[in-house]
Design a protein around this ligand. Structure first.
Ligand code: NAD
Length: 442
């Protein structure tokens, strides 16, 4: 089928490439002309394992094309997926202005007598589809017609291609049988259970799922604080809890909290839309608060141990919000490194893939490299001469770094393991002080 995707980012590009992989004829459009021109030359806009290969394969075969205008996308696709960003406003509300803009452009591009299925792929608050349909009808020529469906995305950065090709489930929120038929045809080659709901329920499934996962993380982080006060080990507590099939082990890893482009903004947008609908979602407000506090807690732990931070070199390992991605959006490392530098520490940072994105993220905050911040090309280099090492992301390159060499080159063997990912027993035997999260001697 001819499909268009508007918004060629982490979701749009992966979705487009995977639709092409399943035999569809896909056009991915984006307003960022530079991104599109780089994609046409085979340069990926972000790091995502396996993406480069399928994008190049299907671009060469002509099944995956790129464009810069919404009107091209409207001409090409029988179904048009909107996957532009929906970032948080200062109030926590989702900024839907990009979605509205795209709808206005779609409406303006559709000729009289034509019909399109518009699919919300971006994560949006419940009842956004009503607004989308109103906007399309308001700005379209009289005889053009639309259906609006919701098809929320559950991919995880770092495993996005595999998640998209083999999803746990596919959710369609539809208002009519024709929309369902079209979506079933698009996903006919995907071997996954499909749940079909009304549009509002599908929109809610996404916010409720992400908020639930964020809640699991904050729950175990709160438990980790009790562990620190009581001498229990949160990793054993999580293991014991997770063996209960009603609970499950996933998302019970204590640490410095969640970040990224999804959980923080989806939780705050869910709180906001709930309030607008008349319900104060206090449970989720607490989830957010616990998450914020974990960063402060981690920073205080460093401060308590090192006493004076001014003039000390601290190594920061793993900058992206999780392994497998170079996404720095809302990464806990950003907050903690900023705090360390405010106290006068010199930070030497390393990440296997995120250094360009980290340079941009710190640059946006007005933090210039070469002052208190520097970047190293390996974990070993970052740690040489450091008075302490902080681990923010459990990249294999960090967990499996040469900790013997690191131990010989640091000034003092103190490591703050923000992800409980290091072998604390082996490190302690090698003379390290290991401060984990919610573990004995933390
Ligand atoms: N990143 C994830 O892991 C993930 C997972 C599931 C759902 N989502 C949701 O999917 C949506 C997109 O997220 P993302 O991470 O892909 O964002 P992204 O920032 O990687 O990409 C968004 C793209 O939209 C483009 N864009 C913005 N306005 C446009 C316009 N008017 N016309 C054309 N293109 C436009 C931007 O240039 C950018 O390339 C969000 O709502 C997000 O919450 C993201």
């Amino acid at each position: 089928m001819k499909i268009s995707i508007i918004g060629t980012g982490h979701v749009g590009l992966v979705t487009g490439a995977c639709f092409a992989e399943k035999g569809h004829d896909v056009l991915c459009a984006d307003s960022d002309a530079e991104k599109i021109s780089r994609l046409r030359s085979g340069v990926m806009p972000f790091f995502e394992p396996g993406l480069d290969g399928i994008v190049k394969k299907h671009s060469a075969a002509g099944r995956l094309k790129f464009g810069t205008s919404v009107s091209e996308a409207v001409r090409h696709g029988q179904a048009i997926f909107i996957s532009v960003w929906t970032p948080p406003l200062k109030t926590g509300k989702a900024d839907l202005s990009f979605v509205e803009n795209v709808c206005r452009e779609i409406a303006g591009s559709l000729r009289a007598g034509e019909r399109r299925l518009i699919v919300e792929k971006s994560t949006v608050p419940v009842n956004t589809a009503r607004r989308v349909l109103d906007t399309l009808n308001r700005y379209a020529s009289r005889d053009a017609s639309f259906s609006v469906a919701s098809n929320p995305e559950f991919l995880r950065e770092g495993t996005a291609v595999e998640d998209t090709l083999k999803p746990d489930r596919i959710v369609f929120g539809v208002a009519d049988a024709e929309s369902e038929r079209t979506l079933r045809e698009i996903y006919s080659a995907f071997n996954a259970p499909i749940i079909v709901t009304d549009v509002a329920s599908a929109e809610l499934i996404k916010h409720a799922s992400n908020s639930f996962l964020a809640m699991k993380i904050s729950f175990i982080n709160a438990v980790s604080l009790i562990c620190e006060h009581s001498g229990a080990d949160v990793t054993r507590v999580a293991e014991g809890m997770g063996m209960d099939h009603r609970i499950q082990r996933a998302f019970l890893n204590a640490g410095i909290g969640y970040g990224g482009s999804c959980f923080p903004k989806d939780v705050s947008a869910f709180i906001d839309i709930s309030r607008e609908l008349g319900y104060e979602f206090r449970l989720l407000e607490e989830v957010e608060r616990i998450n914020r506090d974990m960063r402060t807690h981690f920073f205080r732990k460093i401060e308590r141990e090192l006493w004076i931070l001014k003039g000390k070199k601290i190594a920061a390992l793993g900058l992206s919000f999780k392994p497998g991605t170079d996404d720095m959006r809302m990464a806990p490392s950003l907050t903690v490194i900023e705090e360390l530098m405010k106290e006068g520490a010199a930070v030497s940072a390393f990440d296997p893939v995120s250094i360009p994105a980290a340079r941009a993220a710190f640059g946006e905050k007005g933090i210039r490299e070469g002052g208190l911040l520097s970047f190293a090309s390996s974990a070993e280099e970052a740690c040489a001469g450091a008075e302490a090492v902080c681990v923010f992301t459990e990249w294999p390159e960090i967990v499996q770094a040469d900790w013997k060499t690191i131990g010989e080159s640091v000034r003092t063997r103190i490591v703050f393991d923000g992800r409980n990912c290091l072998d604390a027993t082996a490190l302690r035997a090698a003379g390290w002080t290991v401060k984990g999260m919610g573990r004995p001697m933390a």
